[in-house]
Ligand binder design. Structure first.
Ligand code: KG4
Ligand code: ZN
Length: 340
């Protein structure tokens, strides 16, 4: 009998249709991602209806490719893992319905996965030595959370954003300065050419909540700066502006993460989510961790942005704990972290 646990994972919560085969929790046998970025670029952002339709078109072929690249068939698979929330409801439904159909037809167990637990689990892929507990900063398009990962799939939230998520603020600023969609990678690239001290932007603190974040004031400050420059006819140097803005975001994220690791007494710090692929955040967090004698972990960029490999890793640990979803598994667009 084959002792290996093979998870076939499916992810369709936003604008990537993805499938992956993961062996024994940490070995990625395949990681297929079909991105819809080119399509949504026409509209300046993700159009939910289009995303759902595209997922339906692509999902079978993405899954077949994931199995083929892994060199396995559905027979070899131990369980099916699928993201069921949070995310766009129509997009999530495509993955959930597909995973249920496959699991039912192939008589395999089904494991519903929290998308954010997937992002955190991406850290396990390339760091075989990393085990909970550790501090993790989760920064994506919809989430900004500082958590203690107490065990696999167990989180204590110690900080969260009060308004915009970090990725959301970055995307909005990118649009305002004309960099367009997808904002994150474009801001990252433009900022490399700019002076991060060119414009002094505020770093918001949330009264009485030292680990909470707030980015809407910073975003407004950038928009005001742009409006003022336009009215007075001053030239806007986009690389300087986005480098200064990005630096303010990165400083807020890094300072709180390091302070939390010290106060809570953890010597391991990880980052997760699409914004974790930001080169300035990775560089500054690395420096700050070294200075504070903390071990720093981060996934490769391909495992930071949405992918199914991270969902397969999370599904493995849930599966080993005995988690099983029923045929009534549904998409939960606003699923909270720590809920099942
Ligand atoms: O985790 P993710 O792929 O999807 C969500 O679950 O939201 O995160 C997407 C977010 C977007 O806001 C995108 O602009 C941002 O991650 N992002 C970046 C970079 N790459 C993606 N932000 C900053 N720098 C990047 N290199
Ligand atoms: Zn995500």
């Amino acid at each position: 009998m084959n002792e290996d646990v093979l998870i076939l994972a499916v992810e369709s919560s936003c604008d990537e249709t993805a499938a992956s085969v993961v062996k024994n929790g940490r070995e990625i046998l395949s990681n297929v991602i079909s991105s819809q970025i080119a399509l949504h670029t026409l509209y300046g952002g993700v159009v939910p209806e289009i995303a759902s339709r595209k997922h339906i078109e692509k999902i079978n072929q993405v899954i077949e490719q994931a199995l083929a690249e892994a060199g396995v068939t559905l027979e070899d698979i131990t369980a099916i893992g699928v993201t069921y929330g949070p995310g766009l409801v129509g997009a999530l439904l495509v993955g959930v319905a597909e995973a249920k159909a496959i699991a039912y037809a192939a008589k395999k167990p089904l494991v519903g996965v929290h998308h954010i637990e997937g992002h955190v689990s991406a850290n396990f892929i390339e760091h075989p030595d990393l085990e909970p507990p550790f501090i993790c900063l989760i920064v994506s398009g919809g989430h900004t959370h500082l958590v203690v990962v107490k065990d696999y799939g167990e989180f204590e939230i110690i900080g969260r954003t009060r308004d915009d998520a970090a990725g959301e603020a970055i995307d909005k600023v990118a649009r305002a300065v004309g960099l367009g969609y997808p904002g994150g990678p474009k801001v990252d690239k433009a900022a490399k050419e700019g002076n991060k001290h060119a414009v002094e932007f505020p770093r918001a603190k949330v009264e009485g909540a030292p680990y909470d974040f707030s980015f809407s004031g910073l975003k407004s400050a950038v928009l005001n700066y742009i409006n003022h420059a336009k009215m007075t006819g001053e030239e806007i140097v986009v690389p300087d502006l986005v480098a200064s803005f990005q630096n303010a975001v990165v400083e807020s994220l890094v300072s709180r993460t390091i302070a939390a690791a010290k106060e809570y007494g953890y010597d391991k710090v990880a980052i997760a989510g699409g914004v974790a692929s930001n080169s300035a955040l990775r560089g500054e967090m690395k420096k700050a961790c070294r200075k504070a004698h903390l071990n720093f972990y981060h996934p490769s960029p391909v495992y930071c942005t949405d992918n199914a490999a991270m969902i397969g890793v999370a599904a493995y640990y849930e599966y080993m704990k005995g988690a099983r979803s029923g045929w009534d598994l549904n998409a939960v667009p606003n699923l909270k972290l720590g809920e099942r």
